[in-house]
Ligand binder design. Sequence first.
Ligand SMILES: Nc1ncnc2c1ncn2[C@@H]1O[C@H](COP(=O)(O)OP(=O)(O)O)[C@@H](O)[C@H]1O
Ligand SMILES: [Mg+2]
Length: 340
Amino acid sequence: MSGNAPGKKKPTASRKKAAVAEAPRPSAPKQREKSTGLHIGEAAPGVAKVDPIIVADGVRRTFGGLTAVDVEHVEIPRGAITALIGPNGAGKTTLFNLLTGFDKPDAGSWVFDGSSLSGVPAFKVSRMGQVRTFQLTKALGLLTVVENMKLGAKGQKGEKFWHSLVPALWRAQDDEIEERAMRLLTKFKLDAKADDFAASLSGGQRKLLEMARALMSEPQLVMLDEPMAGVNPALTQSLLDHILDLKDEGMTVLFVEHDMHMVRHIADWVIVMAEGRVVAEGDPVTVMKNPAVVDAYLGAHQDVDLGVVTGRYGDGKAGAGVTAAQIEAEGRAELEDEEK
Ligand SMILES: Nc1ncnc2c1ncn2[C@@H]1O[C@H](COP(=O)(O)OP(=O)(O)O)[C@@H](O)[C@H]1O
Ligand SMILES: [Mg+2]
């Protein structure tokens, strides 16, 4: 990408400082422990969690005659990475839209971090510490990368009338926001693009920008809708690492993903939806052997690569001898292949 794109602004002093302060991370993939002991009792749909960050009850959304979501009860474990999987049309995106206030349910209620979120609009939900990215990226093409980032910051003082009368207040805050933006862009290797229009980024870079922007609001819960879709294999490992980093930094992650290799590799917990309902829950290895999960996928005539789900370990007997370590090892080998 050219450094002289029209409309490119000069970096400010604070921006340079922030970019230098962050040393490049070593790129070797880290091996990290899965979180276990997340649930109470048998891992069935709706199972209680030891420390849930979201508890949803009776959430239903219909479109005309079609019931897109009909979830009796579901809990999302705090401090872990949960994958929401299921065939196309299962209701995953609709459930995301409901939980984040981008859509309203016909019925139901849910609690995020102890507060009811039913009927709370999206901008307030994000101030309460819950952010999401979209299946189709929503980076604003005619804003620069760094301007996109600044839009992600919450509670900007300049937005308040009285504060806007005291420029010193918002200038100090603006510098702080810009520094945070540049730190995150550096981490996501987008700092060189800070002054380029977002429209000039590749699909994968836009995904990274969307994730970086989500982190500007310092969220507790990060919800990612198909983070891997359209991402160049060269960026796959770094995206996986970024998601694992979120957990290391104390955030909770809930993501929708079709790529079963990714689910197996990074998810601590998997929730399976089909026809609007939760049909199975559990750790990735157990869930992918669950006949209800195999049925859900086969019943929907999916044309995506279902890897584990559709057979290699799908059958209870065939899968009995396969350990989590073997599946992990295979997942890693696949990731390494993809990187080549
Ligand atoms: N805005 C909408 N209007 C009408 N039908 C919709 C709308 N959004 C989703 N649906 C329908 O709801 C069902 C669930 O969709 P979605 O939540 O996008 O599924 P998933 O993300 O699991 O693929 C699908 O049948 C879809 O066609
Ligand atoms: Mg979807």
